[in-house]
Design a protein around this ligand. Structure first.
Ligand SMILES: Cc1cc2nc3c(=O)[nH]c(=O)nc-3n(C[C@H](O)[C@H](O)[C@H](O)COP(=O)(O)O)c2cc1C
Length: 183
């Protein structure tokens, strides 16, 4: 499978980097072709709502999102990995997702239609549920808008401090297994 893993963490070498990296190791071990995008390393402008994508089927900006959009189109599974920030995704991830508005255009929708998505969220709190209601609903609506299929939404909990992942080997194993059993 061709997999594109998009990492929206702001913190270098934190929990999301560790979890995403374990997931990628697992996916590659199983023979998947995995490409990665670390959003904090890319130049991606905020969507300015000019709606050029709606009128002309092209984006007003020619930044790193141009290649990343092609990578989305070329992938079979899109992995969205972000820390939970105030019950939502990070700003970096939100900017990336907003720029996918390009695919909301009726004539572009076939480019994402039927594509699979896997969502991974790292978080400080012990339990998902109340804490993750908003992000769950947000991702569901977002993926529905682009006619994508949600494979799974996985929460990696109790990862508050930068190196919390070092004390939660179980969560790292869970991420590896998730990648290893990608379908
Ligand atoms: C601005 C900010 C907001 C956060 N909001 C939440 C939250 O709403 N719920 C939660 O469980 N953890 C929250 N956290 C904790 C992070 O989700 C957690 O530390 C995560 O592991 C960070 O990933 P990282 O190590 O890759 O940066 C927040 C952290 C920050 C910095």
């Amino acid at each position: 499978m061709k997999v594109l893993a998009v990492n929206g963490a702001t913190r270098e070498q934190g929990n999301t980097d560790a979890i995403t990296s374990m997931f990628i190791d697992g996916a590659r071990e199983a023979g998947n072709d995995v490409h990665t995008a670390v959003l904090r390393e890319l130049d991606i402008s905020d969507c300015i709502g000019c709606c050029t994508c709606k009128r002309e089927r092209r984006c007003h900006f020619n930044d790193d999102m141009t290649a990343l959009r092609d990578a989305v189109v070329g992938s079979q599974i899109l992995v969205l990995s972000s820390p939970l920030y105030f019950c939502e995704v990070t700003g970096l991830m939100k900017i990336f997702l907003d720029r996918l508005y390009f695919f909301y255009h009726p004539e572009n929708k076939h480019l994402t239609s039927g594509k699979k998505a896997l969502v991974m969220t790292t978080m400080g709190e012990k339990e998902a549920g109340f804490e993750t209601q908003l992000i769950e609903e947000f991702y569901r609506r977002f993926l529905k808008a682009l006619d994508m299929i949600l494979l799974d939404m996985v929460f990696f909990t109790e990862l508050m401090e930068k190196e919390s992942f070092t004390k939660h080997h179980d969560e790292l194993v869970r991420a590896f297994t998730l990648g290893n059993r990608l379908y």
